[in-house]
Design a protein around this ligand. Structure first.
Ligand code: AHM
Ligand code: MG
Length: 328
């Protein structure tokens, strides 16, 4: 299939993953179970997002999560749905959520828990009241022997066995990589399945568009300010939704660069390494792009904490390099 989908070559997410798994000798098919749980959970979350205003689940609950941010009702609903769907899968040992202070240990390696799934249940949820696209981001790690459950999953991003996101936008889109390119699926509401629409996505180069919260310019480093003023003089355009999944999805399909640098308010950066930066960096790299933070490859960062924050620059290689030129 060549980036085109018709009713004649309809392929569901599950059948695609199964057929990909069969290409690997010794594959057990168990990864398919994880993906099917993510598929089920995100269909349920997507439904809640679309009915949020009607079901009166817009707004915050008055509590602050581990990130110090106010929790939306839908953050909690999405978190519960994912915990429930993935928790039922025999091979999932640990679940770690951006919304929970500590990871949940479901079963040990000896009990069959071979994978950890880390996720941001509803990224960009502060945009829900204005119906902007929001998303779920996930990262899958193979569980390593380690002391505590937290130590076992504190792995650098290059060890992820899969990563993806679901964007609840004008359509519900699932983007997935298992380390062999990036595939995109769209939820066909009529049949209730994610169907394959694009295989082996590649980020277009040459798109002079940056995506950042430009109101923070005075709080950015001198290097980033220099890049922005260079971009202003060199024919760049800007697009910023303020919902990482939607912004990165646009970059994946159209090119350009997304950056959330360190600021004087957030000297480590705002976005989370394990739940946001790593999965997005794996997708972007698998699509031929580049993901860096403070000059280092995001996927090489050895995490020191589950909720660690980082700066993020993600995009086509040429556009990321254009920023790095200003940081030398
Ligand atoms: P969240 O995980 O609490 O929703 O926060 C992450 C979001 C990203 O989706 C987005 O890129 C960023 O925060 C926007 O931040 P800002 O409002 O500072 O521009
Ligand atoms: Mg988030």
């Amino acid at each position: 299939m060549d980036n085109s989908w018709t009713q004649d070559n309809l392929e569901s997410l599950q059948s695609h993953i199964l057929s990909e798994e069969q290409k690997h000798p010794g594959a057990t098919g168990e990864f398919t179970w994880i993906v099917s749980a993510i598929s089920l959970a995100t269909k349920a979350i997507g439904n809640k997002v679309r009915c949020a205003r009607i079901q009166d689940v817009i707004g915050d609950v008055g509590s602050i999560n581990v990130q110090g941010e106010s929790q939306q009702k839908l953050d909690i609903i999405a978190n519960t749905i994912i915990m429930h769907c993935l928790g039922n899968r025999d091979n999932v040992g640990v679940l770690a959520s951006e919304e929970n202070e500590t990871p949940v240990l479901l079963r040990s390696r000896a009990e069959g828990g071979r994978y950890a799934v880390l996720f941001d249940p509803l990224d960009g949820s502060s945009n829900l009241d204005v119906s902007v696209g929001v998303g779920t981001i996930f990262s899958v790690l193979r569980l390593e022997d380690g002391g505590s459950r937290e130590e076992a999953i504190l792995q650098p991003g290059f060890k992820q066995v899969a990563a993806g996101y679901v964007l609840y936008g004008s359509s519900t889109v699932l983007v997935l990589t298992t380390g062999n390119g990036v595939d995109m699926f769209v939820l066909d509401q009529a049949i209730g399945s994610f169907v394959l629409v694009s295989k082996k996505l590649k980020i277009p180069s040459g798109n002079k568009t940056y995506s950042t919260n430009e109101a923070y310019t005075e709080k950015y480093s001198e290097e980033i300010r220099n890049y922005l003023s260079w971009a202003h003089k060199n024919g760049y355009s800007s697009r910023y939704i303020g919902s990482m999944v939607a912004d990165v999805h646009r970059v994946l399909l159209k090119g350009g660069v997304f950056l959330y640098p360190t600021t004087t308010d957030n000297p480590e950066g705002k976005l989370r390494l394990m739940y946001e930066a790593n999965p997005m960096a794996m997708i972007i790299e698998q699509a031929g792009g580049k993901g860096v933070c403070c000059g280092e490859r995001i996927l090489d960062v050895v995490p020191s904490g589950l909720h660690q924050r980082t700066s993020v620059i993600l995009g086509s290689t040429d556009q990321v390099d254009a920023i790095l030129e200003h940081t030398k």
